[in-house]
Design a protein around this ligand. Sequence first.
Ligand code: FDA
Length: 390
Amino acid sequence: MTAPDYDVIVLGAGAAGLMCAAVAGQRGKRVLLLDHAEQVGKKILISGGGRCNFTNIHTSPDRFLSANPHFAKSALARYTSADFLALVNAYGIAHHEKTLGQLFCDGSAKQIVAMLLEECAKGSVDIRCGQPVRTVTHADGAFRVTFGGQDFIAPNLVIATGGPSIPKMGATGFAYDLARQFGLKVVEPRPALVPLTLGGDDVLFRDLSGVATPVEARAGKAAFREAALFTHKGLSGPAILQISSYWRHGEPVTIDFLPDAPQGWLTEAKHNRPRATLASVLALPDRLAQTLADRLALPGELGALTDRKLAEAEARLSRWPFHPNGTEGFAKAEVTVGGISTANLSSQTMMAKSVPGLYAVGEAVDVTGWLGGYNFQWAWASGHAAGQAL
Ligand code: FDA
């Protein structure tokens, strides 16, 4: 057999692959990092509007979706948001907390990519980009990767090619094809952190395109209190992106339009302002207030309406059911829910239980974070776990 060129080949130079390669390289491993894109870390560069929301100080396992909610605990505990922040600080990258624990660069996401490249350089990682990975085979304990016209051999292979969200940026389902090739299961991938589309009875709400308001959005047992935004296709905004990860086709998404209003506020409004109309007492953007009042079909002055009718209206405003007919799909999804089954991987090392030397990290794995820096934290933590184990 040909002598291996490297100790490990990492496929995918995104957030998880760069971290994994840097950690393994700095531990003295000979690392080859391959990517089909011309440039490393493309999603990092566009993330957070170009400022990269690189972690969240409130990271905890309950902010991640997975068929096994315990899987992420080990890696997240061993490489925390404070660890990544220490690295960012060591490079003197100025940053700020925007909201809800979300840390962003003051300057540019380019600083995060430059930092990771510097970390890779410290580990003498060999980075090659801009060629397709043609085939991956495994024989006699070695992985052979054909990249462009060249073959590379190593006893370890890390799948870090992410999920299929935003294909126009070079995202692919390659990780899943590879996983299946090696007998690993893939939990059905779905677009997540994605706008929802409205049709049928809800279609009129699309006329409110551009209107935003703070709400509480719910799907099943999940609830998020943030802004919702009406779009020309349906619903978006942080509350909706968050709930989209939990939403399943056929289920409603309910919206509390006045999450801070105390119970009975509408009957109280009737007693205080009997001549007011329903639309005028809704503390919401005018167009939205009018649309909701029209839908509730309670015209005229509040004083003329029964308390029962007002209680019903109040209940509906706090649990307004929308019936999304879909999402805007992988083209618009920030991440993918599902992926390589955690049942097939070690939560300590990220290695496949049935294929020694094969690892999977980052978004390729069935672990998906909430909006707000959690997905990068998973990429860093899982990349770090594998990098330490290699
Ligand atoms: P990632 O997608 O980063 O990297 C995969 C790499 O594999 C890419 O370089 C790709 O080119 C390569 N690849 C794919 N297929 C290949 C193939 N067949 N052969 C060779 N190479 C291949 N998260 C967050 O925490 N904070 C944020 O601010 C944002 N913002 C954000 C904005 C937008 C617009 C998107 C689309 C996503 C985000 N995210 C985010 C999510 C975050 O970008 C995502 O979770 C991580 O990039 C996942 O890191 P990975 O390394 O797993 O995959």
